[in-house]
Design a protein around this ligand. Structure first.
Ligand code: PLP
Length: 359
């Protein structure tokens, strides 16, 4: 069996320990004579799995008691509609900060339901975060939406904006669980699972109680956070196996020492790669230093005609899925929680060797 160092932006690498545990349990879960995949979501076994996952996630993120944690489907993309439908009335203004490709998609979807004010736009190549002092927030906005980590551009906020009483809504798909956060600063947080949580098919939503119960009447029940919360995320059949696997990932994270420990490891991993890029005159990262993502490190080669060779030789060295997003080109190394320091070190030494051979 071979495990490559997989730098995929998502679906992304999972901890090998978690996959091995899932393998050991896949046919007969703890003497029940069935797989978790085959269980009723309403049976006591699965309810136990689901509750444990929720309490572990709450513990990892120190989620305050006045927040609901929901396990939903439809990806982060469904929540692009979930935010305006749950938190704004038709015609009401909602504020959005545009820092790249995922912000843009969220804005596009919100425009179908609400009046969108783009409070800030990083513009051009989307390589920095516009300073909050320059934001043009609207009075009476239902909420302000932003994308703390832009997975494609490799741009990350190193702060949480203070918008006073306007609730913050954050698409944390590629950053949730990568470091500690103060959940109480947010009205709602959402994340597709396939970056740092578990397999695709599951979406985590964390929402403050006082924002529940305001959904527009036409909101589908499965997207109405109050309804989903009331039914313990089991209004209909949830993605049970993905929920179970996410639970195994949460247990793994706790064994790693929780989010402070994993955050420090992530900081060190990203610094090692950015340092290597900055030291070299062959590789380049275009992102402003204070906005560089810990999770998605983008870089270009001084000779783009060598991109294909780089990817082929990297693969031969056991380093895979390094191509940048099709919209930006170049390379992207995603360094989610399950990417060990050894993988980053292997990439850094491969890059040095490639530069020595080809530059
Ligand atoms: C991957 C990603 C999405 C899309 O997630 P889906 O689960 O595919 O809908 C949205 N936002 C960000 C920041 C992402 O990284």
């Amino acid at each position: 069996m071979t495990r490559f160092f997989n730098f995929s932006p998502g679906p992304a690498v999972l901890p090998a320990e978690v996959l091995q545990q899932a393998r050991d349990e896949i046919v007969d879960w703890r003497g029940t004579g069935m797989s978790v995949m085959e269980m009723s979501h309403r049976g006591k076994e699965f309810i136990g799995i689901a509750e444990r996952a929720e309490s572990d996630l709450r513990e990892l993120l120190s989620v305050p008691r006045n927040y609901k944690v929901l396990f939903m489907q439809g990806g982060a993309t469904l929540q692009f509609a979930g935010a305006p439908l749950n938190f704004s009335v038709a015609g009401q203004t909602v504020d959005y900060v545009n820092t790249g490709a995922w912000s843009k998609k969220a804005i596009g979807e919100a425009k179908r339901y609400s009046k969108v004010n783009v409070a800030a736009d990083a513009g051009g190549a989307y390589c920095s975060i516009p300073p909050v002092a320059t934001w043009n927030a609207s009075a009476g906005a239902a909420y302000l939406h932003y994308t703390p980590n832009e997975t494609i551009g490799g741009v990350e906020f190193n702060f949480v904006p203070d918008m006073g009483n306007v609730p913050l809504v954050a698409d944390m798909s590629s950053t949730l669980l990568s470091r500690p956060i103060d959940v109480s600063r947010f009205g709602m947080i959402y994340a597709g699972a396939q970056k740092n949580i578990g397999p695709a098919g599951l979406t985590v939503v964390i929402v403050r109680d006082d924002l529940l119960g305001r959904a527009r009447t036409e909101t589908p029940s499965v997207l109405d956070y109050a309804v989903v919360a009331k039914d313990g995320s089991m209004l209909n059949t949830p993605p049970t196996y993905a929920w179970y696997l996410a639970g195994l990932v949460f247990q793994w994270l706790k064994r790693q020492g929780g989010l402070s420990a994993i955050g420090e490891r992530n900081r060190v991993k990203a610094a090692a790669l950015y340092d290597a890029i900055d030291r070299s005159s062959f590789y380049e990262n275009p992102v402003a230093k204070d906005a560089r993502s810990w999770m998605n490190v983008v870089f270009t080669l001084a000779r783009p005609e060598l991109d294909k060779t780089f990817l082929t030789e990297a693969k031969d060295a056991g380093l895979v899925t390094l191509e940048g997003h099709r919209s930006v080109g170049g390379m992207r190394a995603s360094l989610y929680n399950a990417m060990p320091m050894e993988g980053v070190k292997a990439l850094v030494s491969f890059m040095a060797e490639f530069e020595r051979k080809h530059a």
